[in-house]
Design a protein. Sequence first.
Length: 138
Amino acid sequence: MKLLLNLIWLVLSGFWMFLGYMIVGALWCLTIVGIPFGLASFRIGRFALWPFGRTVVLRAGAGVPSGVGNIFWFILSGVWLAIGHVVTGFLLCVTIIGIPLGLANFKMVQVSLLPLGREIVPTSQVRRYGDAPAGPSF
């Protein structure tokens, strides 16, 4: 089932959101200070390309630097990527077959707004990280 959902996702939403994250990541990497943000964008872009079967958990040891970085990310990139997920989610929810994919897009808004201090892991490994996921679980 995950494979089928991922294939439909890839065609209808994933590829376009992946491209958006790659463009944002490349722009962040133009400066030395922006490289950590660019790497985070590339990481989330891979997640946006093939999300089902993976989830987002809080990274142990992520503290104040991640929080400060998330503020910069939110202002400069997060809002725009989140708008992309919301618009895509609404468009997918227009059809019955697209509703699960639209809901998945809405779940990705959280990680697109505040990506630093989070880690993407297979859903089978969530128990290893302790409590519940810190973001979308597909």
